[in-house]
Design a protein around this ligand. Sequence first.
Ligand SMILES: C[S@@+](CC[C@H](N)C(=O)[O-])C[C@H]1O[C@@H](n2cnc3c(N)ncnc32)[C@H](O)[C@@H]1O
Length: 388
Amino acid sequence: MELLPQFLFAACQRGAEGALKAELARRHPELRLAFSRPGFLTLKRPDDWSGGADFQLQSVFARCSGYCLARAEGARVEELAEAFWARVGDLAFSRLHVWQRDAALPGEGGFEPGVSRLADEIGQLLVRTRPRLGEGPRAANLRAANLRARPGQRVLDCIVVEPDQWWIGWHVARSVPSCWPGGVPSAAGKEAPISRAYHKMHEALAWSRLPLAAGQRCVEIGSAPGGSCEALLEQGLEVIGIDPAEMDPRLLAHPNFRHVRARAADLKRREFQNVQWLMADSNVAPQHTLDTVEAIVTHRRVHIRGLLLTLKLPDWRLADQLDAYLERVRSWGYRYVRARQLAFNRQEVCVLALRRPSLRRVRVLKATHRLPGPPEPPLAGHLEQPSP
Ligand SMILES: C[S@@+](CC[C@H](N)C(=O)[O-])C[C@H]1O[C@@H](n2cnc3c(N)ncnc32)[C@H](O)[C@@H]1O
């Protein structure tokens, strides 16, 4: 049986560490906090640990998590790369993910999460300096860093906590975000969308695997100026945006878009008949969002299959209420309810609710454009040792 490392790592949004630590204390009281920096922490597991190789933290705020092998420190990148590969030794991996802890809050001063330039350069260096373990399919997998993993693949993580301090970890890809480098989908679609909510919606759709079909109708409450509606229109949906504020003229010109200029609570329920999906992104307190959505989805003539709700957390202490918020959503008849702080979220979380869990798309979505790399060989056993 494989000997598992003593430590785990978790990455989160910068500033969300307090919420993450409080959540882990509730859900995983057996784990002890070890090292902590904004956006990154490690935890010590107990000796009698039952979590297996593909253990993942039960967490809304952990963007990416896994086991932690060691840290490498050094002034020169070549030195760090050598220490990195020395520690990895002959462990076998199907993917190499190299990513940096967030430098700022998403959207702040032009910062957006994702593989930074530095991480990209380090990834190229690690690929160049990797020990050649043979020219079999597994070596071919590590010919490029930051390829999206497939479920079941074992991923080697190089986490750039500081330019001169890299942490070496690994995880087994299981959930959709665990297939993405650092739990962040690569930026998709338009380079200059109407608003950054466009990327947030792309990520929400990829994470949630909502089975959207062209021609279905979707409402967004809090839709102005319109980035998320822009992403929904790209899915071929008919979109109704509800917001007292002005929408971007590019959306108003779209044949599948309609703007209802009002507050959601002032609308007649008939606006929500024949609507399959409801999104909410209003800049109001979570209680207010939930009151508004409840009044709509519990109406007898409204049959909404799924929800994607942004709950704003202007005060981090509201994170303690998340379980109660999710319970309230379940009480409306939604059996599958999950929350995640998306990488493109700011101080807020995304809640997914589906009437029936089977509604979730089985296939893992091709979230975004793929990073370049060789074609993948068939899936190998994820705990295999490298070929001699
Ligand atoms: C974060 S912005 C939404 C961004 C938008 N989703 C996008 O894609 O660009 C929040 C919006 O919520 C709207 N809002 C606040 N309260 C509302 C309510 N009760 N009903 C509808 N919209 C509301 C505001 O006017 C504001 O435009």
